[in-house]
Design a protein around this ligand. Structure first.
Ligand code: ZN
Length: 336
């Protein structure tokens, strides 16, 4: 008879645990195959990569990145004695709130700064969901782009990330701290010195890199997407400047640095070396094709085959053959 009495208690315990575990997991929608990645499917997690330094990335990054599948945005935060500095704020309210919850799970200290690594919406749209009084740090070109192109940018993002992804409530946000070309600024959080750098054009005019020299951690934003086989997206072309900036970035960090990329899990400096190797090869092969008088279309066909070893990235046919090769061809044709 004893078992009859304990059964309801056991059932209650199981119910409690199930409810508790379900509650711990944010709602997750299924993947939409028509989108680059599905915002409502993303669940962010944090990982401490050095004392007080956290990377934030989607919980399925490991599987997706290794398989060459694009994953959602990564960023992170640094906790000093006086407060917190956040790197990138995600695409929408849902993801910004997940990031805020991950910060609050680690510290009650005030959020002092948000650094946006670029104007790209998946790195900056979440700014408006951060508490009033937070200082937004951007390159001047990033803020200028946001103020002049916001509506068009949101419309563009909706075509890749869905009309129902919570982007209709977005408004352009001002930046309180704007950094010029070549910026090399230290934010002292108390026991944590955060170096914010502009090293030139990498993927946009306003790319900022966040480097912690003491902890040897680098946050890159989009110029480093994730581990190989992911490749850079030269949406605005300028492969020559991009390659030079990536080489400056590599020279900035130590060989044992931990790199937190724009769309994946933290890893080592090989994550910077790989896109440098790709960009150098892309430029030399495009130059050879132009010298051999190939057209843009012929060059794209030739380089799809000759650079096939990079095709592990699932979007290689788009990013390599339709974006990077044509942009680099046009650029190099114009500068003999
Ligand atoms: Zn991005």
């Amino acid at each position: 008879m004893k078992s009859h009495r304990t059964l309801p208690a056991l059932a209650l315990l199981v119910c409690f645990l199930l409810n508790h575990l379900t509650a711990a997991e944010p709602d997750r929608a299924p993947e939409d195959p028509n989108l680059v990645w599905t915002p409502a499917q993303v669940v962010l997690v944090s990982q401490q990569v050095a004392p007080g330094v956290f990377a934030v990335f989607p919980d399925d990054s490991a599987v997706k990145n290794t398989g060459g599948v694009p994953s959602a945005t990564s960023g992170g935060f640094v906790i000093g004695e006086n407060g917190v500095l956040v790197v990138d704020t995600m695409l929408n309210r849902r993801l910004a709130n997940q990031l805020l919850a991950l910060i609050r799970a680690q510290t009650p200290k005030p959020i002092l700064y948000v650094v946006n690594t670029s104007y790209h919406g998946d790195h900056s749209y979440g700014n408006q969901f951060f508490p009033a009084g937070v200082q937004i740090v951007q390159h001047v070109a990033t803020q200028a782009y946001i103020q002049s192109h916001f509506a068009a940018d949101v419309a563009f993002m909706m075509t890749y990330f869905g009309r129902n992804s919570g982007m209709d409530e977005l408004k352009p946000q001002p930046a309180q701290i704007m950094l010029p070309d070549g910026a090399n600024v230290i934010f002292d959080l108390g026991g944590k010195r955060v170096n914010v750098r502009h090293l030139g054009f990498a993927q946009t005019e306003g790319d900022l890199f966040v480097w912690l020299p003491g902890e040897k951690v680098l946050f890159t934003g989009n110029p480093v997407i994730s581990i190989s086989p992911s490749l850079p997206w030269l949406l605005d072309g300028k492969s020559e400047q991009s390659l030079a900036t990536m080489r400056r970035l590599r020279a900035l960090v130590t060989d044992d640095a931990i790199i937190v990329p724009g769309h994946g899990r933290p890893a080592g400096v090989e994550m910077i070396d790989y896109p440098i190797g790709y960009l150098a090869e892309l430029r030399s092969q495009v130059r050879a094709a132009i010298d051999a008088k190939l057209t843009e279309a012929e060059t794209a066909t030739k380089l799809a085959e000759s650079m096939k070893r990079y095709s592990g990235y699932k979007i290689f046919p788009w990013v390599h053959s339709q974006v990077n090769v044509p942009k680099t061809y046009q650029e190099m044709k114009a500068t003999p």
